[in-house]
Write a protein that binds this ligand. Structure first.
Ligand code: FES
Length: 132
């Protein structure tokens, strides 16, 4: 059996939403101290919808595929859905990752969380809405 699914290979070879968003509403950067991989996520948010999302990943193939899939899963979706996205959902959408590569999908979840935190720092009133 192939180690990586077709979807992982596809998103690794043709990653979606790579790049930078100038004037992003939220930017998050996370890293994994063990492997040294880094992921940066940019969010453009309008009316509580993720209007656009881009990423830059300096990392392994699974991290690139995970970030690509994660952006596809949250683009055009409500902020609440992006906030609830788990690494497990990202890995499932990729038709699975080898166990020892699951941490790569964790980076994608954390990068989105970090970008959303940054968004709420810039827009504290939105956080208040969220908590109500
Ligand atoms: Fe570190 Fe994949 S090996 S993110």
């Amino acid at each position: 059996m192939a180690l990586y699914s077709e979807k992982v290979m596809d998103h690794f070879r043709n990653p979606r939403n790579v790049g930078v968003i100038e004037n992003a509403d939220g930017v998050g950067e996370v890293g994994n101290a063990k492997c040294g991989d880094i992921m940066k996520m940019y969010l453009k948010i309008e009316n509580d919808i993720i209007e656009d999302v881009k990423f830059e990943t300096f990392g392994c193939g699974s991290a690139i595929a995970s970030s690509s899939m994660a952006t596809e899963l949250i683009k055009g979706r409500p902020v609440s859905e992006a906030a609830a996205l788990t690494n497990k959902a990202v890995a499932e959408a990729l038709d699975g990752l080898p166990d020892y590569k699951m941490h790569c999908s964790v980076l994608a979840e954390e990068a989105i969380q970090s970008a959303l935190e940054n968004y709420y720092e810039r827009h504290p009133e939105k956080k208040k809405d969220k908590e109500v």
